[in-house]
Ligand binder design. Structure first.
Ligand code: ZN
Length: 338
């Protein structure tokens, strides 16, 4: 039971000072934007991208303010890992969370689906240390979550609202990369990549995705992870990407995409980076009211950005919406749609 704790409020002392912090005894208005979980349990079986291990995943409803909790049910004593920015302990190939010796690798695509569909509370029982890669995108997780159904809960959704810009930067010139969060009444992500590879450069290098305007499941969720054959060979030699192949990734040689079916979107590469960023940012435990922009960022820099945000309590607060009309356009409809 290690790691089970209070809901992932990143800054409890501040939240208590916030006049909009919900009082649990207070009955929630019907018009409020409510927290969401699953209506019923659902299961998936697959292999881990890096471990190649067979793994079973069971997604279960969770009470309001639980957050998203991974449970390693294969260990002699099951261990719960509550997803939070500081539970992320490794970002080298994928996002890994851990408590003590218990780990779960490659959580980002499932977390992205939860962010995109607005799932606040969920138990994820897992029988190995890596989330199955399925088709390399978030589409299978979206399908699973939608098939189980989304249930509104009797507690207001709490959003992290940006009040001031926060930014992280690394490198100079050709190695420069950065990621930034700034105030915005909604949730918008813009990403730019620069891979210097003919198959990638011939596609769109920059995408803007706005939750109030675009559709996560149609526009983003189907974008697959990608890799280069020369890197795959190197990774396999190091015991990584053992479950990877053209069934669950876009694979490229030095010149072109090798998958027979080609790309799912013209700009699938940069859309996958948006998909990853949504998963990486959602580990903070609450949806954002913010605009995210990034150049060449990845799992590591996205997590640094969250830690930078948490280190600046004056840059954000936590808000709820009692009145749908004050919520960002599209967010209230999203709550009704399911
Ligand atoms: Zn990814």
């Amino acid at each position: 039971m290690a790691g089970r704790g209070p809901p992932s409020n990143p800054n409890p002392s501040k939240s208590n000072l916030n006049p909009k912090t919900p009082n649990p005894s207070q009955k929630v208005n019907s018009g409020v934007l409510k927290q969401r979980t699953l209506k019923s349990m659902t299961r998936a079986v697959g292999v881990g991208l890096h471990s190649g291990q067979r793994v079973e995943l069971t997604l279960r409803p969770a009470a309001p303010d639980t957050g998203i909790v991974f449970r390693r049910v294969d260990l002699p004593e099951p261990v719960d890992i509550l997803v939070s920015a500081t539970a992320v302990t490794d970002t080298r190939m994928a996002s890994t969370i851990s408590v003590g010796q218990a780990k779960v690798h490659t959580i980002e695509h499932l977390m992205s689906a939860c962010a995109g569909l607005g799932v606040d509370n969920l138990y994820v029982d897992i029988t190995a240390e890596e989330v199955p890669i399925l088709d390399g995108s978030a589409a299978s997780f979206v399908f699973l979550l939608q098939s189980a159904g989304i249930e509104l809960q009797n507690a207001p959704r709490r959003f992290i609202r940006l009040l001031k810009p926060v930014e992280v930067r690394e490198g100079q010139g050709a190695t420069q990369k950065w990621a930034r969060l700034e105030p915005y009444h909604g949730y918008k992500l813009s990403f730019e990549i620069d891979f210097d590879h003919p198959a990638v450069d011939s596609t769109g290098q920059r995408v803007v995705f706005d939750m109030s305007v675009n559709s996560y499941s149609k526009d983003i969720a189907r974008a697959r992870t990608f890799g280069f054959t020369k890197d795959v060979e190197m990774m396999r030699a190091n015991g990584l990407a053992l479950g990877g192949g053209m069934d669950n990734a876009i694979v490229m040689d030095d010149y072109k995409v090798l998958n027979a079916g080609g790309l799912r979107y013209d700009d699938e590469f940069v859309k996958h980076k948006i998909l990853d960023a949504m998963g990486d940012l959602y580990v903070i435990g609450k949806p954002f009211l913010a605009s995210y922009s990034a150049f060449r960022s990845g799992h590591s820099m996205n997590n640094l950005l969250l830690r930078e945000l948490l280190a600046h309590p004056d840059a954000w607060d936590v808000v709820t919406f009692e009145d749908e009309k004050r919520a960002p356009k599209g967010f209230a409809e999203l709550a009704r749609a399911w």
